[in-house]
Design a protein around this ligand. Sequence first.
Ligand code: BEZ
Ligand code: MG
Length: 895
Amino acid sequence: MWHLVVPISLEDKKLAITVFSFPPDKRNVGTAAYLNVFSSIFSVLKELQGDGYNVEGLPETSEALIEDILHDKEAQFSSPNLNVAYKMNVREYQALTPYSTALEENWGKPPGNLNADGENLLVYGKQYGNVFIGVQPTFGYEGDPMRLLFSKSASPHHGFAAYYSFVEKIFKADVVLHFGTHGSLEFMPGKQVGMSDVCYPDSLIGNIPNVYYYAANNPSEATIAKRRSYANTISYLTPPAENAGLYKGLKQLSELISSYQSLKDTGRGQQIVSSIISTAKQCNLDKDVDLPEEGVELPTKDRDLVVGKVYNKIMEIESRLLPCGLHVIGEPPTAMEAVATLVNIAALDRVEEGISSLPSILAESVGRNIEEIYRSSDKGVLKDVELLRQITEASRGAITSFVERTTNSKGQVVDVSNKLTSILGFGINEPWIQYLSDTKFYRGDKEKLRVLFEYLGECLRLIVADNEVGSLKQALEGKFVEPGPGGDPIRNPKVLPTGKNIHALDPQSIPTTAAMESAKIVVERLLERQKIDNGGKYPETVALVLWGTDNIKTYGESLAQVLWMIGVNPIADNLGRVNRVEPVSLEELGRPRVDVVVNCSGVFRDLFINQMNLLDRAVKMVAELDEPAELNYVRKHAIEQAETLGIEVREAATRIFSNASGSYSSNINLAVENSSWNDEKQLQDMYLSRKSFAFDSDAPGAGMSEKRQVFEMALSTADATFQNLDSSEISLTDVSHYFDSDPTNLVQNLRKDGKKPSAYIADTTTANAQVRTLSETVRLDARTKLLNPKWYEGMLSSGYEGVREIEKRLTNTVGWSATSGQVDNWVYEEANTTFIQDEDMLKKLMSTNPNSFRKLVQTFLEANGRGYWETEEENIEKLRQLYQEVEDKIEGIDR
Ligand code: BEZ
Ligand code: MG
């Protein structure tokens, strides 16, 4: 049948912008990864208005827009409520929402008590002409420990359903625009893919076209949004990265180190080393670097080593990349803001494309090999730490000189291709050649440099190209939006320019050979590190985490790590599909096969079910190899477990776990973010009850089935826990999902000897991959983000949302205390000094976003109350007073 499609004029087009509020609290309205949501909405609406869309009554500024949405003008007294756009009575709700009866099993009769006033369901938001800006309700069980613990899956609550009934049937939206990464709709129960009419995402989205602004670096969850809520995603850029830099004591340290280098042979060496040691201690570096007693006379060689190790640590902090501030849709970074990103793009060898990395070209020019410099610098060999610093500095300088030449006086990239043609191939006139000619790297290979800079020019053009609003307009008119890969723009610049409909990769194509090679390095480093820390013994079992996102970005590195731990190689068929594994012989492996407990995120389960199958077959195969138990820990444990449980070895060799189908996360993050937990035991119960669903390759099509006993037994053998960091924009305390997946304290509780397992984090975000302990990584994260003026000032320049970002880092830090106990006291102490003891800072936080500030204060009090932070009583007293003060202030605002 043919429909006559009458195009709606832009003026009449009805657009429902939907923002999120995670966790459900006023302070969180408009939360989206890396995005300044209200500024973005404001600038998008201005653009649309210019095209003829009707946005009548839109306030003058984005701040006024926030006020409009946040405050219920009708409220007579202090109200936690947002502006109410619509009150839907129960009869109307039931008439508009045919599936509402199905929700009663979990939530009782409507209206219930979420997004409701006792009689009506409440839709929060505000309408401007033909644009409605609404707040998506949340799951609704965040504050309910019992539901968090026991719900294997849930359903949307009535308020959630009412929101979408309103959007589709009362507001009559032509399109919904979900604004930023990410909401809850697409994570509601139902099938993983190919929704049916009893799947909640399908019921909720109804017949409304769904356009979704989504962070370019999150292809896994974007895929869920596409599969489960039919979204046309439009990627947005993460904020421009900067190097973390140094501050306060860390900066002093770097100055001391340079004076040591120039004066070490003048007889002042010992004295400067003593200052370096004491300053390093003040900076709490003593846990990261083995520091001798102050004042003890050291031989020159040992002095150099101490200084080299401190220097290496300082450089690691200094050069860490941070996304600074929050992105505003349609505002690409300036060329100079792109320098740090380009430096990191240039730091990776791209063998398949014939591109050498800049550090390797520079190293070669002085007769060295970059990998060797990385190794020796990691060991603290002073002259190589210094050489690496010079290489880093020269990389930045060469790239800056290049970027300067491709931009106009306003700092905009004008026409890279033309500019490049006039630069490339002009030998000594090439700006990088000019720059390097004044450094020790003047002999750098000109041809390799030319190839590299040609590539960087293309990357620069893509970084500053902006199609985020352009693509939105296309989508709103029902036109084609160009697809493109999602991922890390540093590893894969094809992610750029943003404004694309994000896709992932062919799940059967991973792990690639390159990913396997990288994985081997990381696994061997992990095992080495564990041996050093653990009396020379290999771990018998490693409990590790697989995420969808990082496997997409790295083409399966973490998947490959699992294979390498148990000592198997993936085998691809003629079409490149990885669907078989073969054991590596014990001789070739040169060590025991290490057992694993694999915790797959719900997202990984949805995207990589074939690879779960592959892993399960690999584990079972290894358990059945005829090998001595002391060289095959998978077999050793599976035999023990089979005996105890009275099952076959093959069945006992169950190691690939995730959530129940249609459910995501351990919910520990929700409990921590909402402070709705009693004790650590409760968090651990959540983990066990939600994450103990196993994949079984011997039961094809059976989905995930609960195997809690085997899960607990396998975890009880773990000597180490392990997760991966794969790209610079997202680190341990940036999101709550890392601690949500962390079983460190849980393993300790399950182990017969009660010993705390080692906890490791691999960091493959830079060319020089590292395996650090969890506590080292938490410290690094705290130093480069929460406690770093460059980071928090950058955040504060985003105003309201910036305060929330600061609070979020502290809350996530408490999450790590709760799941792993690996946060040092000084982290909380320094945070308190930075944000509470500094009066100017405190006032700024309180006035910019009182709701987030209240949560920040509450989180400090909670850290102390739960025993994670010991401090002077007067600090706690001050926090209590502040809490009262900010409460009064918030009530005053709402009155
Ligand atoms: C994933 O990609 O697997 C993932 C994404 C967000 C949170 C947790 C896991
Ligand atoms: Mg998420």
